[in-house]
Ligand binder design. Structure first.
Ligand code: 2AM
Length: 178
């Protein structure tokens, strides 16, 4: 099964992000219920491994923290855009939580994540998106931000890949301390 660890977003935040849909040719918009902030991609694991991962994640102790979304941006490769996202301001407690998740997974024998952490909420995926089109889209939404919201838990998700796109199932939530 395909797993990842993320932070769920409150419904009002997902609704605000839902308002950003549209106006970008070739974009496949993420369904509102799938909008999340990814902390650590785990990938395919054999069935049964999720129990050990759950046990390890449940031992993590970390404080809750506020987050706000601001600034839209994109990921590209050779000037072709493959994702449009809402960014998240750097947050020390979020970075420390991510480090604890990383440590827990590496202890279980998972490969360390070497890629730089760029916290984001993917809004749309594109195949070969035009950088000019995306720039116009971003300009139209210049200044986008959400007020801060409280992050009170993180979640182990299972990703079900289907023809109509992925569906994310929350397997377990882990509370953060107040
Ligand atoms: P994305 O939103 O930037 O695409 C479920 O697919 C979650 O895991 C998404 O948040 C996705 O990030 C992330 N993800 C998928 N494949 C990944 C990979 N190979 N490396 C890192 N993160 C990945």
């Amino acid at each position: 099964m395909r797993l990842f660890v993320g932070i769920p977003l409150p419904e009002d935040v997902r609704a605000r992000l839902g308002e950003l849909k549209g106006g970008l040719l070739g974009a496949r918009w993420v369904e509102p219920e799938n909008l999340h902030l990814s902390l650590r991609f785990i990938g395919e694991v054999p069935g049964g491994d999720e129990a050990d991962i759950d046990e390890a994640l449940a031992t993590i102790e970390a404080p809750g923290f506020p987050l706000a979304l601001s600034e839209l941006g994109f990921f590209d490769r050779r000037r072709r855009v493959h994702a449009v996202w809402a960014g998240i301001g750097m947050s020390e407690p979020m970075v420390r939580l991510r480090a604890k998740v990383e440590q827990a997974l590496v202890r279980l024998g998972h490969e360390p994540e070497h890629r730089k952490f760029k916290p984001h909420v993917t809004l749309a995926r594109m195949k070969n998106g035009s950088a000019a089109d995306v720039s116009r889209y971003l300009e139209a939404h210049n200044g986008f931000s959400t007020g801060p919201f409280d992050v009170g838990c993180f979640t182990l998700y299972r990703s079900h890949l289907g023809h109509g796109g992925a569906h994310y199932e929350a397997l377990a939530d882990y509370g953060l301390e107040n």
